[in-house]
Ligand binder design. Structure first.
Ligand SMILES: Nc1ncnc2c1ncn2[C@@H]1O[C@H](COP(=O)(O)OP(=O)(O)OP(=O)(O)O)[C@@H](O)[C@H]1O
Length: 786
């Protein structure tokens, strides 16, 4: 049944009524916020006036304490009220512009009449407090809207399932108080509305999708059962979107016990962080913590070593194929990210319990306090049943004791007296007051020459030894890097730890390369996680117990090793891992690999897998062309939104290539495309393309250090385009020369699937076999327009 004029009038009247009420509530809250704010300022300003301070005797002291406590409580309470009222005000301000986006008419089984339920980004009650004029999209009843077409329907509540009949499902776009669009929907929610939303131009910031969440996405968002939720979904199927709405949902459902700072999102790069950072605030929630795995590694290892980042590793993988040692490095990358290597490292720790620990000697002013050999002997003299981290604590305490003895003797040495004589008056004064504080009423006085000398000697030596003590306390005497390196220096040792899984191919070369790097304190990306893991096994795991939910986006880019590490790092957390095997661009083993190590992480009982096969980002033509490039691609279903076929253009030389790209970009701009990316294979190719084109086009070069995602004409390497999207994508050189190895297939696919509306592939010479292998009717091939 179509929507009548009468329906429009009635709906607009209702919208006006709700908006009016929200407006009045806003005014009321603004007054309240103002009053509470001035209360807070007042209390802060006159804090002490209202406190009875009297410290003369115990009774007065107690009274002062309670008076102070009461005043603090009043201030706390007002501040809390101010915070809550401000949050509520923020929500209403967002709601008043567009109070709801959906409606369902639902009659519960056995009920005489039904109810119209309006859904928005937050709930809003009528003045009587009992009538919901708007339901939060996350309320239990709201799931009807996402899960069912009109007809029989049911939803879960904490008290059990509620069944009934849905007689109407309606969608709205309300802009600044006016209903701009309205649809009644049938089988799926809002194909019409979804089409509208997806046809829009891309943005520098991701948008929330609450008005058009699809049924299969809703399963991800509302899943609250499993410890581990794995989402495997095609490019553009809404994995990131679902993950972000899921965070909002969990924050709503568990609002009494869960806060945004107890959730962490691991993103592929910092630019992606900026891309997704507005979704939660748009939904009225605070942002969760956002980081990258590399940032974590830097935090843990960056001070001591020079860490290679994943992009530098990838640059090598993509551009050094002709260099000697390439195959060995690739094999090393693959092996060092595998579960086999993880087991080898664990076995190595068991060996270290008995032998093989390497320590650095404790030295002071170039002299040995305790030699490395003495430390080693002491370590292995402890009872071998004590766990390794605990033995190191015992060793640390023993070393501190040795240091104290050394320190005592040191006070008699000549350099100490010389140093005392050189003390500046301020140092002397500082020493004097320090000593007085420490003495606290003991009898010595500073007039006594011997005492004074002794105190100053103590101070001078203690000061000088601070860094040594500090190093011991932080267990820096354990030579973690040398212990790790040892695995690559001693084949028998490695074979022992690798056990049945055996030694990988090219082992000798892998060892030579690894030892070479580690000796210069350079840590290749593939070694960083294993090194940190070994560090934790020996020194004790540093865990984060406050985080309750970890979301890993682009999970296919994590190795089994890295995910295991995350699991251990957040022992009290659930995990949501979202990924697409077909976008695994790194040379390392993927946690979403064939044997699916990710599924084994928490065991089958605690793990749930949801697959998404519908792709929303790109037009049907782009999906039909690109899905042929990857295994299983035939299962990817495009959303029904049409556009031009991808265009493939061959150029004979670079100047022709550039002329054509410039003409193309100018035409795109004239057609109103606001975000266009020229996607290259590597950072090197991006920089060269940028240099060649910058005079002719208003381009921005994106590098791994670009902190924010911006709209416009960008040039960037494919791996930095991960997770983001553009109105139009131009592949700078999709030639056979650039993309022909199997290892480049997924990178090429990732680049093509960034396009929402248009995809143009240029090729210097013959196009890549990943292009020519596609059905001829899925793209337009042309030779350059001279
Ligand atoms: N239900 C939906 N309603 C509206 N838009 C949607 C919906 N689902 C996905 N989209 C849009 O599709 C695009 C792709 O979504 P998203 O980036 O979440 O996919 P993804 O699976 O993470 O993609 P990729 O793996 O390729 O990075 C975004 O523009 C998103 O807004």
């Amino acid at each position: 049944m179509s929507i009548t004029d009468q329906d429009w009038r009635e709906e607009q009247q209702r919208a006006d009524m709700v908006i009016g009420k929200i407006g009045r509530r806003i005014e009321q809250l603004e007054r309240e916020v103002g009053i509470v704010r001035s209360d807070v300022v007042d209390i802060r300003k006159n804090f002490w006036d209202d406190v009875t301070v009297n410290l003369s005797n115990m009774e007065d002291l107690t009274e002062t304490y309670f008076s102070l406590k009461q005043q603090v409580e009043i201030l706390d309470e007002r501040e809390r009220r101010h915070r809550n009222a401000s949050v509520a005000l923020g929500k209403l301000t967002r709601l008043v512009r567009s109070p709801y986006f959906g409606r369902i008419d639902f009659t519960e089984e056995g009920a005489k009449s039904g109810e119209s339920i309006y859904l928005g980004i937050a709930s809003f009650n009528d003045d009587d407090e009992n009538t919901f004029l708007v339901y939060d999209w996350r309320a239990p009843v709201s799931s009807l809207y996402y899960d069912y077409p009109p007809g029989p329907a049911s939803y879960e509540t904490p008290g059990g399932d509620v069944a009934g009949t849905m007689s109407l499902k309606r969608q709205y776009v309300i802009r600044d108080g006016s209903i701009a669009l309205m649809f009644d929907t049938g089988v799926t929610i809002g194909d019409e509305l979804l089409k509208q939303v997806l046809s829009r131009s891309s943005d520098a910031q991701m948008k929330s999708i609450v008005a058009t969440i699809q049924k299969e996405q809703n399963r991800i968002i509302r899943n609250d059962r499993s410890r581990m939720l794995i989402v495997q979904g095609a490019a553009g199927s809404g994995k990131t979107s679902a993950a972000l709405q899921r965070v909002a949902y969990l924050l709503y459902k568990h609002r009494e016990t869960l806060s945004a700072d107890q959730m962490v999102l691991f993103s592929p790069n910092p630019m992606f962080n900026s891309y997704v950072s507005t979704v939660l605030p748009e939904l009225g929630e605070e942002n969760m913590q956002q980081t990258t795995f590399q940032q974590y590694l830097e935090h843990r290892l960056g001070k001591q070593y020079e860490l290679e980042d994943p992009f530098a590793q990838l640059e090598y993988v993509l551009s050094a194929a002709d260099e000697p040692g390439y195959e060995a490095r690739i094999e090393g990358i693959r092996y060092k990210s595998s579960a086999d290597y993880l087991h080898a490292i664990t076995a190595y720790k068991d060996v270290l319990e008995r032998e093989g620990m390497i320590f650095g000697s404790v030295r002071f002013q170039g002299r040995s306090v305790v030699s490395a050999e003495q430390i080693r002997e002491k370590f292995y003299s402890f009872d071998s049943s004590i766990r390794l981290p605990n033995r190191l604590i015992l060793l640390r305490d023993w070393l501190l004791q040795q240091l104290r003895q050394f320190e005592k003797a040191e006070r008699e040495r000549d350099w100490v007296e010389e140093r005392i004589n050189l003390l500046e008056p301020e140092d002397y004064q500082r020493a004097y007051s320090q000593m007085r504080r420490k003495q606290q009423g003991r009898t010595e006085t500073f007039d006594d020459y011997e005492v004074e000398k002794d105190l100053l000697a103590r101070m001078v030596v203690a000061e000088e030894m601070k860094p040594v003590r500090h190093r011991i306390k932080r267990l820096r005497f354990v030579h973690v890097l040398a212990i790790y390196r040892q695995l690559f220096e001693n084949k028998a040792l490695f074979s022992q730890t690798a056990g049945a899984s055996g030694v990988p191919e090219h082992w000798q070369d892998i060892c030579r390369q690894t030892v070479g790097k580690l000796s210069g304190k350079e840590i290749p990306y593939e070694d960083a996680t294993p090194l940190l893991y070994l560090n934790e096994l020996m020194l004790g795991f540093q865990t984060n117990n406050s985080v309750r939910h970890v979301i890993v986006d682009e999970a296919q880019d994590y190795s089994p090793f890295q995910l295991e590490f995350l699991k251990r790092l957040f022992p009290r957390s659930r995990m949501t891992a979202l990924g697409d095997m077909n976008q695994a661009i790194y040379a390392h083993a993927s946690a979403l690999g064939e044997l699916d190590p990710i599924a084994a992480l928490y065991g089958p009982e605690q793990t749930e897998l949801i697959r998404l096969t519908r792709s929303y980002r790109s037009t049907r033509e782009i999906v039909e062309f690109s899905r042929g490039m990857v295994p299983g691609g035939e299962e990817i279903v495009p959303f029904n939104r049409g556009g031009d076929k991808p265009q493939v253009t061959k150029a004979a030389d670079r100047s022709e290539l550039h002329d054509n790209i410039v003409a193309d970009m100018e035409a795109l701009r004239a057609d109103g495309y606001e975000s266009v990316a020229i996607i290259c294979k590597t950072a090197g190719e991006s920089a060269a393309a940028y240099e060649a084109l910058r005079e002719r086009l208003p381009l921005q070069l994106v590098t791994k250090n670009t902190p924010e995602f911006v709209k416009g004409m960008l040039v960037l390497p494919a791996y930095l385009a991960k997770g983001v999207e553009f109105d139009a994508v131009i592949i700078y050189d999709g030639s056979q020369e650039q993309y022909h190895r199997e290892s480049e297939r997924k990178l090429f696919y990732t680049a093509c699937t960034r396009a929402m509306h248009l995809l143009h592939i240029y090729a210097l010479g013959e196009p890549s076999p990943f292009v020519t292998a596609q059905a001829a009717d899925t793209f337009e091939l042309e030779t350059v327009r001279a």
